[in-house]
Design a protein around this ligand. Structure first.
Ligand code: TRP
Ligand code: ZN
Length: 878
């Protein structure tokens, strides 16, 4: 906990480290409440950091210091300074060894940062600044060292793991044993890992492109050993893909993954020893949904890809976080696109970006992809750094083409292997390898906010000339009132009235990327035979909002005929968005709500397109979420959004009932389960149809859900039926299926979490009381982030209707939980509070209630630095 107001760190203050650590020898004696850590560092003055011998400053938090010795000579307490955040030691020689002994308490560590216990198993999480909770150390990514780690533990912990290769093992005495690991690659402390526990493993092998054999191991508790196959398959696919697409090969003889139940994020790329949230690695057809299978595939790949984009080439400082995260998200997205349906993957990613990242960009915590200041770095593991960062890398890919991009990435890896570098170095490698100038493009790293493109066009039929005028702007964000124009790749095509694509030039090019660089820019296309319909921002070629005055008829043409699958979907979203905006106005005006006929006909035609990828059909049948509508609104009228959306869903379900039923029946075949794209697509459409059918609450529809629930042989179908029945129909039926489901699956952690989140995200009346009741259920644990996310997180983020109840009860509930959680796990508390930080955008009633809830968090006092940063920045009114 914090005594003083946390201080702000600025990018402009970056200085090289004064001292380097050539080698780090660690020895752990593991005990739940008193683990002894001995570290021996070979320290050397950094020649690049200047003259003289300044004192050595080491980071250290929540440590009990036992002793310090320099070159073998113990230091007395007067010879160094020990303060709440570390040690300061005077230095007299340019090279010396430092030996430090300290104690830590893994059992009481509920922050899940540093060394902690999860269900009796020791594990670590060091990124970003967790290593300082293990021992005193220069805990910054530009200090890279060779680690050797000895773990001593009771034989009750048979498996003892750390980074690199095992070099020695043996007995200490009758009860205790040890293992020593050596990592041949120098790495920053944030990539250190240790695991000790009673674990089983599955093992496999991979032969790299140069013919080296790599052993692959996944460790879990015995009961989950049957749930590792999908992760192993994904790992091998990712290893092959990185060789084929980036020419990158794995570099150690062994690659390990460990599944841990208590984990703050998805997974962590520790060198040679990735640690995963159990939910992001374990799956079986009976217990995991298609979405979980796909998430696992992409996270396993993400962490594996970090071995090059993150570990071999790491970040100089944490302001550069997107250097590894943006690039690695781009890499995993491309991998997933290659493994599954490219268009559907793109749609999912863009929906998330538009809904959640755009909201972040417009909210009180708005920051550039490369932030220029922070109080607590953990708060900057954001959608902006990850997802918008990935879009920035994608734009470079679009501007350079795949071959140019590959030349750039080859140069980047070659130039900076073994180094800690910056986003600037990444862009420079892309420029140098291609002879291009990305000077203006760099603004994507430094300017926050979502740019808006206003596009007008004009057709001169006599001259057969088509003109597009593009104006760009970007709203002010905290600390950045003026924005300079961005360099925006705008991919487009032009459609004729019959839906065919028009040639854009004499060579017959059908698609082009315009480079928008000025605040206002005019693009002229010659020899266009008729007034075209522009298909703009194909594939979402830049993270911007496009305003263009499409008519519903034009949108329907794009939905039907655009060659760009993403834009077909997007046209449907625009159509729905327009209809929903009108309904929100009608609701406020007290006018009777009516379904827009164009929307109904568009959805009907989508359902009739049996040749289209069923997953794409499912996406096209899904209305923009309430959260998306909220993000797009200047002022969020939660009540009107809920009313408009509910009305539309229901009206569509009623009007298209027969078509939906036919779709459901057509796809309701019992194939053996395989988590492959084609089958996933069919299940997705079938279950989308089922959800619509159940909105009508007709007995026939609810019975379909009932029988699907009873007969499902995979979790995708079972969970979809469960959700349909929990969300619709009478309470009795809902509680019966919930009860049955729990009784069947109560021993399975991942399924229990799904069971919790289905209830918390249900729009059924009285959900808040249900959520409170769930928190008293034995399955709930405030110290387990997955449980917190499944109950409190799902309610606040995925249940727009119940969370936004007009009495403000949802906001007060969230504030209470955040206050309680902050004492246990500040990182999770600071994330969980997000929904009420956006209070300024709401209409008066909710705005005041949200603000009051947020203020109550601040007034609770004694906030962690994590929570304090988010709450104080969000309460600001200037
Ligand atoms: N680097 C991890 C990733 O692959 C992120 C991460 C895992 C993390 N655990 C964390 C970040 C804990 C902060 C705190 O994206
Ligand atoms: Zn990552």
């Amino acid at each position: 906990m914090r005594d003083a107001q946390p201080s702000t760190v600025y990018l402009k203050d970056y200085r090289q480290p004064d001292y380097l650590v050539d080698s780090t020898r660690l020895r752990f004696e593991l005990e739940p409440n008193s683990t002894l850590v001995e570290s021996r560092l070979a320290v050397r003055r950094n020649p690049a950091a200047g003259e003289g011998l300044p004192p050595l400053r080491l980071d250290g938090v929540d440590l009990e210091l036992i002793s310090v010795a320099m070159d073998g000579v113990p230091l007395s307490k007067e010879e160094y300074t020990c303060h709440a955040e570390g040690l300061i030691i005077p230095v007299h020689r340019a090279e010396f060894t430092l030996e430090i002994h300290n104690r830590i308490d893994p059992e009481r560590n509920t922050s899940l940062e540093g060394l902690y216990l999860s269900n009796g198993m020791y594990c670590t999480q060091c990124e970003a600044e967790g290593f300082r909770k293990i021992t005193y150390y220069p805990d910054r990514p530009d200090v890279m060292s060779r680690f050797t780690t000895t773990i001593v533990a009771s034989k009750d912990y048979p498996v003892l793991l750390s980074n690199g290769n095992e070099i020695e093992r043996g007995e200490v005495d009758a009860d205790r044993h040890f293992v020593t690991w050596e990592d041949p690659f120098a790495k920053p402390a944030y990539l250190f890992a240790l695991v000790a526990g009673k674990l089983e493993k599955v093992e496999d092998h991979f032969t790299t492109m140069s013919g080296r054999e790599v052993t692959l191991q996944i460790f879990t508790e015995a009961k989950n050993i049957g749930k590792c196959a999908h992760a192993m398959r994904s790992l091998k696919a990712a290893m092959r893909w990185d060789e084929e697409v980036y020419g990158r090969e794995y570099d150690l003889d062994i690659f390990m993954i460990v599944a841990v139940d208590h984990f703050n994020m998805g997974a962590m790329e520790n060198k040679g020893l990735n640690i995963f949230n159990s939910a992001c690695v374990l799956a079986s057809p009976e217990t995991a949904t298609d979405a979980a299978f796909q998430r696992i595939e992409s996270i396993v790949a993400h962490e594996y890809f970090h071995n090059w984009s993150g570990n071999r080439v790491t970040c100089r400082d944490w302001f550069q976080l997107s250097l590894k995260e943006g690039f690695t998200v781009f890499r995993d997205a491309e991998f997933s696109a290659d493994m599954n349906s490219r268009a559907v993957k793109r749609i999912e990613d863009v929906s998330m970006l538009r809904t959640s990242q755009f909201a972040e960009d417009a909210g009180p915590m708005s920051h550039p992809v490369r932030p220029d200041s922070y109080m607590e770095i953990s708060n900057f593991y954001t959608l902006t750094v990850y997802e918008k960062g990935a879009e920035v890398v994608r734009m470079i890919h679009t501007l350079l083409g795949s071959e140019g991009f590959r030349r750039g990435s080859d140069l980047y890896f070659e130039r900076h292997d073994g180094c800690a570098v910056t986003c600037e170095d990444f862009v420079a490698a892309m420029e140098d390898a291609n002879g291009v100038d990305l000077k203006q493009f760099r603004r994507w790293y430094s300017q926050a906010g979502t740019p808006v493109l206003e596009i007008d066009d004009d057709y001169d039929s006599a001259g057969k000339r088509y003109t597009l005028t593009v104006r760009q702007s970007c709203p002010a964000t905290p600390g950045q009132s003026e924005k300079l124009p961005f360099h925006i790749p705008l991919k487009l095509g032009l459609l004729a009235a019959d839906g065919s694509e028009l040639a854009l030039d004499s060579e017959g090019t059908k698609e082009t990327v315009l480079e928008v660089t000025a605040a206002e820019q005019v693009f002229v296309f010659e020899n266009i035979p008729e007034r075209p319909l522009p298909s703009l921002l194909r594939g979402f070629s830049a993270p911007v909002k496009v305003r263009y005055g499409y008519t519903p008829a034009q949108l329907r043409l794009l939905m039907r005929a655009d060659t760009d699958a993403f834009n077909r979907w997007d046209a449907g979203q625009r159509l729905a968005f327009g209809a929903l905006a009108q309904l929100q106005r009608d609701y406020r005006a007290g006018t009777e709500l009516q379904l827009q006929p164009e929307l109904l006909e568009a959805y009907r035609s989508v359902l009739q397109q049996e040749d289209l990828d069923p997953a794409l059909v499912a996406e096209m049948l899904t209305l923009p979420s309430a959260q998306t509508l909220a993000e797009e609104a200047d002022i969020i009228d939660a009540e009107a959004i809920i009313a408009a959306r509910k009305f539309t869903e229901r009206a569509l379900a009623e009007a298209l009932y027969e078509e939906l039923l036919q779709t459901y029946q057509r796809l309701d075949h019992d194939k053996p389960y395989r988590p492959v794209a084609d089958d996933i697509a069919e299940r997705r459409l079938k279950n989308t149809a089922l959800a619509y059918l159940c909105i009508t609450e007709r007995e026939e529809a609810l019975q379909l859900a009932d029988s699907q629930f009873a007969s499902a042989t995979n979790m995708t179908d079972s969970a979809a039926a469960l959700a349909a029945l929990v969300n619709r129909g009478d309470d009795q039926r809902a509680s019966t299926v919930l009860h049955d489901f729990y009784e069947r699956w109560k021993e399975d952690d991942q399924v229990v979490e799904l069971w919790l989140s289905v209830q918390s995200s249900s729009p059924r009346r009285g959900t808040l009381e249900a959520v409170r009741a769930l928190m008293a259920h034995p399955a709930f644990e405030l110290t387990n982030p997955n449980r917190v996310r499944s109950v409190i997180g799902a309610f606040a983020n995925r249940n727009f209707e119940q969370f936004h109840q007009a009495d403000g009860s949802g906001f007060r509930f969230l504030a209470e939980q955040v206050i309680a959680l902050d004492k246990l796990n500040p990182q999770i508390a600071a994330r969980l509070v997000t929904p009420i930080t956006r209070w300024k955008k709401y209409t008066e009633g909710p705005r005041e209630k949200m603000h009051a809830a947020l203020q109550s968090v601040m007034d609770a006092g004694q906030l962690s630095a994590d929570l304090y940063e988010v709450v104080s920045k969000s309460l600001k009114t200037d």
